[in-house]
Ligand binder design. Structure first.
Ligand code: GTP
Ligand code: SPV
Ligand code: MN
Length: 592
C-alpha cells in the first residue's frame, strides 16, 4: 500500500516501475517489524549473515562483489545541461543522452525482484535545515543500511505532504557489471540514478549523491552549504562547548577526530569531545548572523581497518549493536568480525572479506578489505552530542581543512582571514586512500575534500564560499585553519602521535578563535609557537624538537606548492574567483 498520496511521488514511481518492471513493490514504513522481516529474508538468501547475538546483538555481515568495494569516481557523472556547469573536475554527460543510456541499462532489471520504496529525511525529520528523498532499490542491504544512515519511514512522507521538493533516487543492482556501472546526478531534476553497484557510497543515495552532490548544488542556489565535514563540540573545563567543522578527504581521519577521546591529562581537567557528525555537514546562517551546522545523517559509515579501542573507542563502541559490517573478516569460532588493526589476535578459523578460508597467520593477504566499513547507528555512540537532534544545528566557531601531506603542511596553521581561508581550502591536497578505486598514496588536489562530491563547477563552488564570507560579520564568521596529522620522517614514520592527541591542536584552535593565544605570522598564515602546543604526557612519543620541526614553514617547498596550485587553478580559467588569484599571488610573493 502506498504510504503517500503525493502525486509527484506516485507518478515518478509509476514511471520507474514501467521501466524496471519489479515483481512487487514494498513501501518502507520504518517499523521495527518490517526491518526484522527484511533482515530475516536477507539472511535466508545469504545476502547478509547474522552475527553472534550475545556479543553483537542485531549485527550482520555483508560481502560485496569482489569488483565492487569502493566509490567509482571515474564512473560518477554530473549531468548538467552544459559541460561548463559541471566544471573541469567532474565527469559530465549530456542529461538526455545519459537518461537514455541509463534507461537501456535499467530496463526490466527488477524482473524477479522486489522494488523497495524508501522515504528518507536527511537531517532531523521536519527540521528547517533538513531535506527529503525517496530511494527506489532492489537491494535489501541498501534498505537496511538506509534505515541506519538516515531517518526513514512514513513520518517522512507526512512532512513532505504534497510538496515537489524531494530528491528522486533510483538504484538498480543489475548484474554488478563493472563495465556498466554508473553513478549519475541530474542536479536540475533533483534526480540520482545508480546502476550496477551494491557498494555504500555508490548506492546509499542519501549520502554522497544527495547530501553532497545534489545538496551542494541546491545550497549554491539557496544560499547554504553542503560540505564533506565532521562536526564536533569541544567542551572546555568550564562547561562551554565550541563547535568545529572539519573537512578531510575520504579515509583521512574525520570519524576519528569526530569521536576523539581526550588524553588523560585533559580528561582529568574536564575536557570532552561531543560528536555531532563524522562525514557531512549542512551549514546555514542563523538568525543571530552566525553559521549553524546539522549532520544530515543518522549513522556512521566508517572505515573498519585501524578502528580499535585505542584509536577510536567511541567508533568501536558504536558498532556493538544494530550494525552492518561490510567486507570484514568473519570469525567462525565465535561468529563475530575482525579487521586489520582491531587487535593483535587475528582469528585462526575465519573467512576473509571474499568468503575464502583465512587463518590470519599463514596468509600474507589482508583479511578485511582496506575499505571495509561498518554501518552503525549514531545513537550507539557514547560521545554523541546532546545537540545531535537539534533541528537548528550548532553554531560553528572554526572550519578546519586537512589532508595527508607527508612533508609540506605544518601540524596546524590559521588563515589570516576568510578569503585566505577559502584559498587554503581550495588548494588542499592529500595522498589518495582506498576509499575510491584507483592508485593509493598519490598526492592530488582535493579542494575542501569535495573533489569527488561537488555537484557543479568547482570554480563556482569557490565563489560560493567567498560569497558566504561576504555575507558574514567578520566577528561572527568561523575562523579557518589547516591541520596535518600525517607528517612523516624519512623512514616513513608519522611524526605526530595523532588520534586522541589531536585534542591538543583543537585546544589551540579554540584558543585562537577566542583570541587567547599569540601565533607566529608566516607566508601561509599563523602558526603556533611550539610552547603553546601542550606536550605534557606525550614527551616520550614526540620531542619538543620534532614539534618545532612539524610547525616549520619551508619557503622553498611552499614556492613549489604555489606553482603547483597555479597549475591546478589554470583549468578554471576566468571562472576562478579573483580573490583566490590574489591570495595565490600574495603567497608567491611572500615565499619568494
Ligand atoms: P570517510 O568515511 O572515507 O569520509 O573517511 P574519514 O575521514 O571519516 O576517515 P577515518 O576517520 O575513518 O580515517 C581512517 C584512517 O585515518 C585510518 O587509516 C586511521 O588510522 C587514519 N587516522 C585517523 N586519524 C589519524 C591520526 O590522527 N593520525 C594518523 N597517523 N592516522 C590517522
Ligand atoms: C567516503 O569515501 O568519503 C565515504 C565513504 O565517506 S562512501 O560513502 O563510500 O563514499
Ligand atoms: Mn566521506
Amino acid at each position: 500500500m502506498a504510504l503517500t498520496t503525493n502525486k509527484t511521488v506516485l507518478s515518478w514511481i509509476d514511471e520507474q516501475v514501467d521501466l524496471v518492471k519489479p515483481d512487487k513493490i514494498v513501501w518502507i514504513d520504518g517499523s521495527k517489524e518490517q526491518i526484522e522481516a527484511l533482515r530475516a529474508e536477507a539472511c535466508a538468501t545469504g545476502e547478509i549473515i547474522k552475527l553472534n547475538e550475545e556479543l553483537l546483538p542485531e549485527c550482520f555481515l555483508h560481502r560485496t562483489a569482489q569488483n565492487d568495494v569502493a566509490r567509482v569516481e571515474h564512473r560518477t557523472f554530473i549531468c548538467t545541461p552544459t559541460k561548463e556547469e559541471a566544471g573541469p573536475t567532474n565527469n559530465w554527460k549530456d542529461p538526455n543522452e545519459c537518461y537514455a543510456m541509463l534507461r537501456e541499462i535499467a530496463k526490466d532489471s527488477y524482473k524477479g525482484r522486489t522494488m523497495y520504496v524508501i522515504p528518507y529525511s536527511m537531517g532531523p525529520i521536519g527540521s528547517p535545515l533538513s531535506k527529503i528523498g525517496v530511494e527506489l532499490t532492489d537491494s535489501i542491504y541498501v534498505v537496511l543500511n538506509m534505515a541506519i544512515m538516515t531517518r526513514i519511514g512514513k513520518a517522512v512522507f507526512d512532512v513532505l505532504g504534497d510538496s515537489n521538493d524531494w530528491v528522486r533516487g533510483l538504484h538498480c543492482k543489475c548484474n554488478i557489471d563493472e563495465e556498466n556501472r554508473y553513478i549519475c546526478h541530474f542536479p536540475q531534476d533533483n534526480t540520482i540514478i545508480s546502476v550496477n553497484s551494491g557498494y555504500g557510497g555508490n548506492v546509499l543515495l542519501g549520502k554522497k549523491c544527495f547530501a553532497l552532490r545534489i545538496a551542494s548544488y541546491q545550497g549554491r542556489n539557496e544560499g547554504w552549504q553542503a560540505e564533506h565535514m565532521l562536526i564536533l563540540g569541544l567542551e572546555k573545563p568550564n562547561g562551554e562547548v565550541k563547535y568545529i567543522c572539519a573537512a578531510f578527504p575520504s579515509a583521512c581521519g574525520k570519524t576519528n577526530l569526530a569521536m576523539l577521546i581526550p588524553p588523560e591529562g585533559y580528561k582529568a581537567k574536564g575536557y570532552k569531545v561531543w560528536c555531532v557528525g563524522d562525514d557531512i555537514a549542512w551549514i546555514r546562517k542563523g538568525a543571530d548572523g552566525r553559521l549553524y551546522a546539522i549532520n544530515p545523517e543518522n549513522g556512521f559509515f566508517g572505515v573498519a581497518p585501524g578502528t580499535n579501542e585505542k584509536s577510536n573507542f567511541n567508533a568501536l563502541a558504536s558498532t556493538k549493536k544494530g550494525t552492518i559490517f561490510t567486507n570484514v573478516v568473519h570469525n567462525l569460532d565465535d561468529n563475530t568480525v575482525w579487521w586489520e588493526g582491531l587487535d593483535k589476535n587475528p582469528p585462526k578459523n575465519a573467512l576473509d572479506w571474499l568468503g575464502n578460508p583465512w587463518d590470519g597467520t599463514t596468509s600474507d593477504k589482508k583479511g578485511a578489505h582496506p575499505n571495509s566499513r561498518f554501518t552503525a547507528p549514531a545513537q550507539n555512540c557514547p560521545a554523541l552530542s546532546p545537540e545531535f537532534e537539534n533541528p537548528n544545528g550548532v553554531p560553528i566557531s572554526a572550519f578546519v581543512f586537512g589532508g595527508r601531506r607527508a612533508k609540506l603542511a605544518p601540524l596546524v596553521y590559521q588563515a589570516k582571514d576568510w578569503n585566505s581561508g577559502v584559498f587554503v581550502g581550495s588548494s588542499m591536497a592529500s595522498e589518495t586512500t582506498a576509499a575510491a578505486t584507483g592508485a593509493v598514496g598519490v598526492v592530488r588536489r582535493d579542494p575542501m575534500a569535495m573533489l569527488p562530491f561537488c555537484g557543479y563547477n568547482m570554480a563556482d563552488y569557490f565563489k560560493h564560499w567567498i560569497e558566504i564570507g561576504k555575507d558574514l560579520d567578520p566577528e561572527k564568521a568561523p575562523k579557518i585553519f589547516n591541520v596535518n596529522w600525517f607528517r612523516k620522517d624519512d623512514e616513513g614514520n608519522f611524526l605526530w602521535p595523532g588520534f586522541g592527541e589531536n585534542l591538543r591542536v583543537l585546544d589551540w584552535i579554540i584558543d585562537r578563535c577566542e583570541g587567547r593565544v599569540d601565533a607566529v605570522e608566516t607566508p601561509i598564515g599563523y602558526v603556533p609557537y611550539a610552547k603553546d602546543i601542550n606536550l605534557e604526557g606525550i614527551e616520550d612519543e614526540i620531542s619538543y624538537e620534532t614539534l618545532e620541526e612539524i610547525l616549520k614553514v619551508d619557503n622553498a617547498l611552499w614556492k613549489e606548492e604555489a606553482a603547483n596550485i597555479e597549475e591546478f587553478y589554470a583549468q578554471f580559467g576566468d571562472r576562478l574567483p579573483q580573490e583566490l588569484r590574489d591570495s595565490l599571488n600574495k603567497l608567491k610573493a611572500a615565499v619568494e
